[in-house]
Design a binder for this molecule. Sequence first.
Ligand code: DSN
Length: 421
Amino acid sequence: MFTYSDLRAQDPAVFSALQGEMKRQAEGVELIASENYVSPAVMETMGTVFNNKYSEGYPGKRYYAGQEFTDQVETLAIERAKQLFRCGHANVQPHAGCPANVAMYFALLEPGDCVLGMDLSHGGHLSHGHPVTYLTKIFRFVRYGMKDIETGEIDYDAMRAMAKKEKPKILLGGFSAYPRELDYAKMKAIADEVGAITVMDMAHIAGLIAGGALKNPFDYGFDVVTTTTHKTLRGPRGGMILSKDAEIGKKIDKSVFPGFQGGPIMQMIAAKAVAFGEALRPEFKEYAAQIIRNSKHLAQYLMERGAKLITNGTDNHLMLVDCIQSWGIAGGEVETVLDSVGITLNKNSIPNDQRKPMDPSGVRLGTPAITTRGMKERDMEILADFILATIERRSDAAALKNLGAEVKAFCLKFPVPGIKA
Ligand code: DSN
């Protein structure tokens, strides 16, 4: 456990906010599908003197002197990432997932080139070419989506037709709100037909792939995989770009630095090495499998009690609930009332949503963080009962107060790593 004694003495205002956040995390349920709790060792590494070093370049080829130990930790992170995901090259310097995707596009495309990616309203991500991003000023994004929202099956025939018509240079997989698995073999075959590079943004499911609970796109011949390191992979906040071979890796490295970034954040790279070391251990396989068992159990339990889930279930760590169909209220209202009892999730658009993005019909929830705390299937039922009771009694202030106390008592049985309750 950390004492933060220097911070406490020097800056009471920041310490007080930190104390509040630690209490919030310990006493509440974290169901935001992209969040997790890192181990004390990863947390410790993020606060080390590696912060003090400038290390532009790559191990063995830096611009400044004094890189003996930064080279050691970056090499460890690279080698562990390659081993974890069975690929030939890893760049561990991207500061986050969006910068990783931007560097990837510029490494592989020329201005005006086309990318065929997942429909954003079917679960795709902003960095896959949402019109609000500057990416769309430079590259042309076209879309594939689900054939059937009831099953979540991707329309691979439409994907093939679109690929033949638009001749994309990249066929892009990946999502932040899609509860099913992609058929990488079919995607690779379509890409090969039109000469496209295959890229998977596995940010949400990296830990599930690392733990062997979901398929690895590299096993199906994918060329490049981008990711964040802090979601299911349970590492520090950051990004990473993996490639199947050193040839593509060279282009990626040039694009990350000096193309887009300056000095890498070395304490985070050291923490990535620690997190990847954890993910290589046998117990991480069990963690990944339990995330999915919890997710499927929670999904089933909620559906049996009237919740309408997009695709009627889940194959991964997340589920998307249509709140209008389930309970006759919008996602934002569900988010707010659950937050009031200590259950955190996020409002989310659903496919073909009739409502605006800031006031959508759905909520997204996921099990990576609660699984890290040690919750199992029976606990999913308790959580679902809290969720359903909170929504049902949303106008009853006294009931909400009692529910908040019950949620807190329940959570305190599952310590958050590194936080003393
Ligand atoms: N913010 C992340 C998520 O919640 O999925 C994606 O960028």
